[in-house]
Design a protein around this ligand. Structure first.
Ligand code: AMP
Length: 585
């Protein structure tokens, strides 16, 4: 059965986007006015002495830059059920939990109808551009969507991950239908209580509807890569289910089982076909187009901490294009990918000027100001000078500051982005990294991106042996004197001592930050240590986060494990099988 497509006027959506971005400065001013008018009665804004003023200058003069920590006492009162206007004019009734992969624990963030509307606007916008380049036919999407548990806070507010709040919103289905993104899996799979069972059923639904599937997606690309590596383990069982029309006994969540049993009918021809296709593949290369012959592309966030999965994803994708989805956070959306033809490594996001008021802290200037002492904390202590959306400069890096319709004012998102160009007068930005994911011991300073580059470089040594880094993380070990970097690797097979020693040296040498290199030379930073962990270790980390109530849809492997993330560090350390120290310096 093919879902009937709702009216979607692609050219109109594109035109609206063009109009908004042609006069981004005015749209920003009006958006701020609207936010402040709607929320002027909020205690937070009142206490800052805005006195009803809604202009940019007064806003910047009265309202300080804040982090989540600064707003926590206000948010906590909302969570506990205080329905007075605290951060917003209208009471907040829903709370989002951020993935929490950075800090080790999820953060509470206000969610409301405006954020939902922004979500749909961004989906519509990028879809319009995407569909112009890669038109879909009528059909379905194989979407690896997972909802976390929704619960009530002490004060009775609904709480769940931001993606869960979006998926459960009454506007979601309608919005997805309009952009031809109806999932081939029933709700009972998306909202199923067991992630592993939901994943199995998503795969099964993909096979059942294989001729209809037009694209494959998930929020973050990790889920797609993970789904197809699970397929490698369960494909025969899936074939068996299709052959007999009887669902595997591994699915024991009743609602999921009932919904799936309705879809599953004995189909030996399909089972034979899939069996034959899988058996003829070489190392699963091109698996996705073999299974889903009408798929046009693979879609999900593929930048930032997702880049390390692109290699594996491309392997499964064969020739199918990989298209990066948009840029946002539980705190709100920022930009849409309006250049879908660019490969994920080059993907940029055009900021939508009407979904929030955006400011940008220039990073270079602030870094130079800081000297080299304890950079991160001095960076956060000093008062940075942000610029407006249309004042950013091409080639510069910035930290993103968000003011939105859901009670965040001049909120430091903690992401570093680089301006690549402009779409009309709105910037097109590239995600660089999370700012607080830093490896630092003394004068060295390496970000998530530096780590990624170093792992990529050392991964080439491994590739020569036909092996890959499945996943990785890092931490700074200060228990030795001097302290040193530790990189954890999970590898796709067995590598020899020599190769791993070479990889370890290569990792050490590939951190090119001047502070690191000079410290290594004089041994004020010790030799880098590569610790190889057992297969399945990163799966345990994923399970750990799921146990905390986080959703797979938002999962990002923590690339740098800080002291606050002790449990993840324990998992990593408990699974180390081999360790090597660099002799590169
Ligand atoms: P969450 O904490 O789950 O709300 O995740 C939000 C964070 O995910 C953002 O602050 C970014 O660091 C990251 N993120 C979101 N979208 C993208 C993207 N398109 N590219 C890279 N990173 C992203």
């Amino acid at each position: 059965m093919v879902e009937k497509m709702e009216e979607f006027d692609q050219e109109k959506v594109i035109e609206e986007f063009e109009t908004l971005t042609k006069d981004a400065e005015r749209v920003q001013r009006e958006t701020l006015e609207k936010i402040l008018e709607e929320n002027g009665s909020a205690e937070y804004l009142q206490s800052l002495g805005l006195n009803g003023r809604t202009d940019i200058e007064s806003f910047r003069a009265c309202v300080p830059l804040v982090t989540h920590q600064d707003l926590e006492p206000y948010i906590q009162r909302i969570v506990d059920g205080d329905s007075s206007p605290i951060l917003t004019g209208k009471p907040i009734t829903t709370i989002s939990l951020s993935s929490g992969t950075t800090q080790g624990k999820p953060k509470f963030i206000p969610f409301n109808d405006e954020l939902m509307e922004n979500t749909l606007q961004i989906y519509r916008t990028s879809f319009a551009f995407r569909n112009r380049e890669f038109p879909l036919e009528n059909g379905r999407a194989l979407q690896f969507l997972y909802s976390s548990k929704q619960f009530k806070t002490k004060g009775g507010l609904a709480a769940g991950t931001a993606t869960t709040n979006v998926f459960r919103n009454s506007m979601f289905k309608k919005g997805m239908k309009a952009i031809q993104s109806i999932s081939c899996s029933p709700d009972e799979v998306i909202f199923g209580s067991d992630f592993h069972q939901s994943l199995y059923c998503h795969l099964l639904c993909g096979l059942i509807f294989r001729d209809e599937v037009q694209f494959i997606s998930s929020t973050f690309a990790h889920s797609i890569m993970y789904a197809f590596s699970t397929f490698e383990q369960v494909w025969e069982e899936l074939c068996n289910d299709i052959r007999t029309g009887v669902l595997s006994s591994r699915i024991n969540v009743l609602s999921t089982r009932t919904a799936m049993s309705k879809l599953l009918k004995p189909n030996p021809e399909l089972a034979d076909l899939i069996y034959k296709k899988c058996s003829s593949l070489s190392n699963w290369y091109g698996l996705i187009p073999e299974l889903l012959p009408n798929a046009k592309y693979i879609y999900g966030i593929m930048t930032g901490s997702m880049e390390p999965y692109l290699k594996k994803l491309r392997h499964y994708a064969g020739g199918l294009p990989l298209l990066s989805a948009d840029y946002g956070a539980s705190e709100g959306w920022i930009g849409a990918n309006v250049n879908p033809k660019l490969p994920p490594e080059l993907a940029t996001y055009a900021v939508l000027p009407n979904i929030g008021y955006f400011e940008f802290i220039p990073l270079r200037e602030n870094i130079e100001d800081q000297g080299h002492n304890n950079m991160e904390s001095s960076f956060l202590r000093m008062e940075p000078k942000p610029v407006g959306l249309t004042e950013v400069k091409i080639g510069e890096e910035y930290e993103v500051i968000v003011t939105n319709f859901a009670g965040l004012y001049r909120y430091r998102l903690g992401d570093a982005v680089k301006v690549i160009g402009f779409h009309n007068s709105t910037p097109e930005i590239k995600f660089v990294c999370r700012r607080n994911l830093l490896l630092t011991i003394n004068i060295d300073k390496n970000t998530e991106k530096d780590l990624q580059l170093s792992v990529e470089e050392a991964g080439k040594v491994l590739s020569e042996e036909k092996l890959d880094v499945v996943d990785y993380s890092s931490y700074v070990d200060l228990s030795t004197d001097p302290g040193h970097y530790v990189i954890f690797w999970e590898i796709s097979g067995e590598a020899s001592q020599e190769v791993l020693k070479e990889c370890c040296n290569c990792l050490d040498k590939s951190f090119v930050d001047a502070g690191y290199v000079s410290s290594r030379k004089v041994n004020s930073i010790g030799a880098l240590e590569l610790r190889v962990v057992k297969r399945g270790t990163f799966q345990k980390i994923l399970d750990h986060y799921l146990g905390l109530g986080s959703a797979v849809s938002q999962f990002k492997t923590p690339r740098c494990v800080g002291p606050r993330n002790n449990l993840v560090l324990q998992i990593l350390c408990a699974n180390v099988v081999k360790s090597y120290f660099s002799t590169a310096f």
